[in-house]
Design a protein around this ligand. Structure first.
Ligand code: UT7
Length: 332
């Protein structure tokens, strides 16, 4: 029997309509369009304005987009995985609600939490279920309502993040397409640099924690940047090297969209021309779990069967890694 690999067979996405531009941010905090553009590459980000809608709303929309495009029957989905740092609520898992809402009534479901590496680690998880031979359709969604955990008076964080969702379907492949290799890493010494301090079991929410704004994202940007820039480039180069790929063999780098300078450093280290690098940070900022599937959805029309894709991400924790995957279909 030929080996089963886990291939991506469909993609979908959703971003909210409201555009929070750098110009608008200039009126909210002490910043400039010029500073944000040169330091991050971001021009605008999408924000889910509706107070009564959480991450599940965007995750459902992205999944429905995928289902409509692929004509997959949701009843055939075996598993729904949702990567998110902003679940609807701490308990119950948002993936379960999403699965039910999209009609995936025969699926089990759970959330994955590894900050900005959510989707990358989720790809690894999804692939293991498919490779086992036991599951045929795994829906992986990355969705975050980052605006729900940002302090819009803190210029060091509120300019970076945006809201959005993307989804991919993994199915078995016996022709060798799909996930080929991965190198995933974690280092708990990093948690001081990027965190939400309060609201968990270590520091449950109180009036005091709210007053101290400890329920918002804190980031020591400079330190995170230093680790991200070297580690993301290193793992992507390592995955290329150990698979005997040189820059001509790689058609696309699919990098987490945290900062254009981190993306450029990774591409340089891999020896890749800018034309092979997927980028949409200028439109969406850092959508945490949604960056990678939003890229795939946007570039889907340019992807060809057999293309070699290198994914790379870095996030809070710290967590980071790289995945080598061959694309399994030509989209029309
Ligand atoms: O996806 C998860 C992983 N996250 C990341 O990968 C993010 C990594 N970090 C970064 O992308 C960058 O560190 C930031 C974009 C967050 C910051 O850029 P930076 O070039 O590292 O700036 P900095 O923090 O070193 O700040 C430089 C200066 C400071 O002023 P002083 O102390 O030099 O006077 C900041 O106070 O820029 C100031 N500054 C700003 N100025 C205008 C910080 N934020 C802003 C702002 N507008 N929004």
């Amino acid at each position: 029997m030929s080996k089963i690999t886990a291939a991506i067979t469909a993609v979908g996405a959703y971003v909210p309509e409201y555009r929070l531009t750098n110009k608008i941010l200039e009126t909210m905090v002490e910043t400039t369009d010029e500073w944000i553009t040169t330091r991050t590459g971001i021009k605008e980000r999408r924000i889910l304005k509706d107070k009564d809608k959480g991450t599940s709303f965007m995750a459902i929309k992205a999944a429905e987009d995928l289902l409509a495009k692929s004509k997959v029957d949701p009843g055939e989905i075996d598993l729904v995985l949702l990567g998110t740092a902003t679940p609807d609520m701490p308990v119950a898992a948002t993936a379960v609600y999403v699965a039910t809402q999209i009609g995936a009534t025969n699926a089990f479901a759970y959330d994955i939490q590894a900050a900005c590496s959510n989707f990358l680690f989720g790809m690894s998880t999804a692939a293991r279920y498919i490779e086992s031979g036991r599951y045929k359709k795994v829906l992986l969604i990355g969705a975050d309502k980052m605006s729900s955990i940002l302090d819009y008076t803190d210029r060091t964080t509120c300019i970076i993040f945006g809201d959005g969702a993307g989804a991919v379907l993994f199915e078995p492949n016996t022709e060798g397409y799909g996930l080929k290799d991965e190198y995933l890493r974690a280092d708990g010494n990093g948690r001081e640099f990027l965190k939400i301090e309060a609201g968990g079991s270590l520091l449950p929410p109180t009036e005091e924690t709210v007053k101290m704004k400890q329920h918002y994202v804190f980031q020591d940007g400079k330190s995170v940047f230093k680790f991200a820039v070297s580690n993301m480039a290193e793992v992507a180069a390592l995955v290329m090297e150990r698979n005997g790929l040189d820059h001509d063999d790689v058609q696309w780098l699919v990098p987490h969209q945290a900062n254009k300078r981190i993306i450029d450093a990774t591409a340089n280290r891999m020896g890749l021309d800018a034309s092979k690098v997927m980028v949409n940070i200028q439109k969406y900022g850092n959508t945490t779990s949604a960056t990678l599937p939003l890229l795939l959805n946007e570039y889907e029309g340019q992807l060809k069967k057999g293309d070699n894709l290198i994914f790379a991400a870095f996030g809070g924790g710290f967590t980071w890694g790289s995945i080598y995957l061959t694309w399994a279909y030509n989209s029309q």
